[in-house]
Design a protein around this ligand. Structure first.
Ligand code: NAD
Length: 291
């Protein structure tokens, strides 16, 4: 069994990005610039955004953090998006989700210029990905594809089961895995799927992205399967300093011994997400997606 090291792979990808920034500077170019918009003070969002800002510093990007309190109106936020769309110094920006209930996330995401949508959430980027055009691909699926490539996991003709059909993880995963060149035969499962256990048991590759701690058990996985665990559920623990621990969607102790490859939680898919966002920003600064 190979334990896929997402932390190390993310560090390698980030150091490749940092090298590229050095080259850009040497050639007298402008360093990539990412902005993040944070609304309110949700603990998880604060952590994600500060992780993104710190990662920018690590690779030599310029970063800008724009904060609003949670009472910001939808139109104020949309004005901010328009300003960022028009800011020639900015290569890309993200609006950290979730947003407060009184603001339409769809409206905000669709107001972002697709050419600066480095989160890859805009319908134009999703559509371009579906038809196989160059696009900003949302960070978590992008990070998973990078792990699959860098660990040279065979995909051609393999039966792949994706559990979860969200717009940011499960659905794009199912599309990327079925693309020409990757060539998996994909089954996309969700909360209404019947016989999930039997379906999973047929799979060569399972991507678990449903957000239910330790859902995928040993009896659902065949010998030699590849298991990618996307889930992150925070649960109370008296064994950690913080009083919390993270669990994935996979019952690791049961599943890991049967696998050819598996990602742990934490240290698997999670660390790749930030590196993927930086990579998208670099692509944007080099005008490699929209030429
Ligand atoms: P979501 O809640 O938007 O979607 C969950 C999906 O799972 C839905 O499509 C639903 O149909 C399906 N589902 C729910 N119960 C099911 C069941 N019993 N059987 C089969 N399918 C079922 O979640 P999301 O945003 O896609 O996130 C999924 C998980 O991944 C969460 O734990 C989230 O925290 C985590 N996540 C991790 C990263 C990362 O960087 N590692 C990034 C994004 C999300």
């Amino acid at each position: 069994m190979v334990l896929i090291d997402g932390k190390k792979t993310s560090e390698i990808l980030q150091s490749e990005i940092a090298d590229e920034v050095v080259r850009i500077k040497e050639l007298g170019g402008r360093v990539p610039h990412l902005a993040a918009v944070l609304v309110g003070s949700d603990g998880a969002s604060e952590t994600y955004v500060s992780g993104k800002v710190k990662a920018c510093e690590r690779v030599g990007f310029k970063s800008t953090l724009i904060r609003f309190d949670e009472n910001v109106t939808e139109s104020e936020l949309l004005n901010c998006v328009t300003q960022l769309n028009n800011d020639a110094d900015l290569d890309g920006f993200i609006v950290q989700l979730p947003l407060p209930k009184h603001i339409s996330e769809n409206k905000v995401v669709e107001a972002i210029n697709p050419q600066k949508d480095v989160d890859g959430f805009h319908a134009v980027n999703v559509g371009r990905m579906v038809v196989g055009m160059s696009a900003f691909i949302s960070a978590t699926p992008f990070g998973i594809m990078e792990l699959i490539k860098r660990y040279k996991i065979e995909t051609s003709g393999k039966n792949c089961v994706v559990i979860g059909r969200s717009n940011i993880v499960g659905r794009p995963m199912s599309i990327l895995l079925s693309q020409k060149g990757i060539d998996c035969t994909v089954t996309l499962c969700h909360s209404r799927t019947k016989n999930l256990k039997e379906i999973c048991y047929q799979a060569d590759i399972i991507v678990a992205a449903l957000g239910m701690a330790e859902f995928l058990t040993g009896d659902m996985v065949k010998e030699g399967a590849v298991v990618i665990d996307v889930g992150i559920t925070r649960v109370r623990s008296d064994k950690t300093k913080s009083g919390w621990k993270l669990l994935g969607d996979v019952k690791f102790d049961e599943v890991a011994p049967k696998c050819s490859f598996i990602t742990p939680v934490p240290g698997g898919v999670g660390p790749m997400t930030i590196a993927a966002l930086l990579y998208n920003t670099l692509l944007s600064s080099k005008k490699e997606v929209y030429q």
